[in-house]
Write a protein that binds this ligand. Sequence first.
Ligand SMILES: NC(=O)c1ccc[n+]([C@@H]2O[C@H](COP(=O)([O-])OP(=O)(O)OC[C@H]3O[C@@H](n4cnc5c(N)ncnc54)[C@H](O)[C@@H]3O)[C@@H](O)[C@H]2O)c1
Length: 331
Amino acid sequence: MKVAVIGGGSWGLALSSVLSNNKHQVLVYDVNPKIVEKINKLHISYQLDEDIPKDIVATNNLSEAINFSDTILFVVPTKVLRVALKDVIQILQAPKLFINAAKGIEPETFLRVSEIFEEMVPKKYLKGFVALSGPSHAEEVIRNMTTAVTCASEDEKNALFAQKLFHNNDYFRVYSSTDLKGAELGGALKNIFALASGLIAGKGLGDNARAALITRGLVEMQKFYENYGADTLSLFGLTGIGDLVVTCTSPHSRNYQAGFKIGHGKDLKETLNSMTMVVEGIRTCEAAYKYAIYHDLDLPIIKAIYYVLFNDMDPEIALKSLFERSKKKEI
Ligand SMILES: NC(=O)c1ccc[n+]([C@@H]2O[C@H](COP(=O)([O-])OP(=O)(O)OC[C@H]3O[C@@H](n4cnc5c(N)ncnc54)[C@H](O)[C@@H]3O)[C@@H](O)[C@H]2O)c1
């Protein structure tokens, strides 16, 4: 198979490596000429400084990438998704299956990535949409380390197609799902708790606090799924608890790293300036906070993180506010 990849950052190239190892032909498009040059001349990931298979080719020419295949893997940060998609739409001449591996929610609209595709891509060119999600740090996938993810689509045949494309028997196991809402929500919401987990580590609050955060974070995700109409069973899967655990416990997580810096006293602006890669949890936190207010959902952790990120609340005061809430039954 041929696959065009839009976005040659850390995750785009880690997934390109999986596809290349699975004997597919990969053409990567990135707006940054430096990235294209590093792929074509040095065969490395610019962001991760890791080798990638030599048969992965990159281009600065978007038309070349779009016309390369009917299967397009999108891996650009959600912040630039609409800009990237606008350029792609102008070139489309045939229906494409879009697989998206970015994880986030649009703060202004609370639209999931699949909904942005539906809104922007003319129906005749949208053959289908699949979300690829689960506990998967690019740093490990690019080194062919054991990983399991889920390909979710409302149309099962598209989920199965993507599963077959990415799955291999060596290190990359892929499950299929038809709960697209759950997969997209899980991949986005877990980044908020990763920020909180980093904050906890930055403040030196210990492992008990982190375990409490993960557990109560899962409860907040459940309330969210129920209100949103996603399948709460997905919370027990790779796109739910799987991704939540890896992102709250691994120093590879940018969201964890950002939270860690804020926990150490840096403000949000300073933190973002010091990060070279995307921190999706910040935009997702804004989106989730607004959604919770609008739908009157009791999501105290998400609200506390929002106050720390956007209202300059001291993390210790935010934590205290969580403890000062009235006592409750656990379940
Ligand atoms: N890195 C990971 O381990 C990982 C794992 C799972 C999911 N994700 C998700 O994948 C998404 C991308 O993350 P990343 O780590 O690859 O980010 P990154 O910052 O490493 O790379 C993003 C890439 O997108 C490119 N880009 C920006 N605008 C573009 C455009 N208009 N057209 C084409 N390319 C464009 C940039 O030049 C950059 O190379 C995020 O939503 C992230 O949450 C990342």
